[in-house]
Design a protein. Structure first.
Length: 202
């Protein structure tokens, strides 16, 4: 029986527009989908990797998507003091093929979202919401993902679109600009009914 030697784990960091968030990119698929952990409690329930990272005193948020992990640090820490430590920890964790996100996370999240969102859109409003979601998925998400973050549609009410910002986008100084000039501008152009876009808490 042949033993396949796996290619070595490569890991590098990328800046994000948020000075408190850094993107750690690997050459492995870590998790198909998006997993945003802003609290230790949620991490403990669903992600062994996020749980382990939260044990580091500087970690305030962990966002896992495809082949990268975005860490949001506490404001009192400097990246130059902590980056190598975080980088070697993630590299070793992935090399040891430990579990990243538990099975069923996406389903559980969808169930929570469905519970929270008791809004049922009908008629013309349903069509507008569908268009908004398609535009966000097609144009906004890929760009935001490059910056180590994510955006999700949350609500629509009389022209006002609510979105949730995750990963590096959450609490990022430039996310307001991106939201207003980029996303709001595009949605208003493509969908005349949209009057404004606001960030809501997830």
């Amino acid at each position: 029986m042949e033993t396949k030697t796996a290619s070595p784990i490569m890991l590098y960091t990328e800046q994000t527009p948020n000075p408190e968030s850094l993107k750690f990119v690997t050459n492995r698929m870590l998790y198909r989908g998006t997993a945003d952990f802003r609290t230790d409690e949620l991490a403990k329930e669903w992600s062994p990797l996020a749980t382990a990272l939260f044990e580091m005193p500087f970690v305030e948020g962990v966002y896992i998507c495809n082949n990268f992990v975005t860490i949001t640090k506490g404001i009192n820490y400097k990246w130059e003091d902590i980056m190598l430590n975080a980088k070697s920890f993630i590299k070793q964790y992935v090399e040891e093929a430990k579990p990243i996100v538990k099975e069923g996370y996406q389903e559980a999240l969808a169930a929570i979202e469905a519970e929270k969102s008791d809004t049922v859109y009908e008629g013309e409003e349903a069509e507008i919401v569908q268009k908004i979601k398609e535009l966000i998925d097609k144009y906004v998400k890929p760009a935001v993902e490059m910056d180590g973050g994510n955006i999700e549609f949350k609500s629509y009410d009389k022209g006002k679109v609510g979105v949730i910002l995750q990963g590096s986008c959450s609490g990022c100084p430039s996310s307001t600009v991106t939201l207003k000039s980029g996303i709001e501008g595009m949605l208003k152009r493509m969908i005349p009914e949209v009057t404004e876009v606001v960030a809501e808490m997830g």
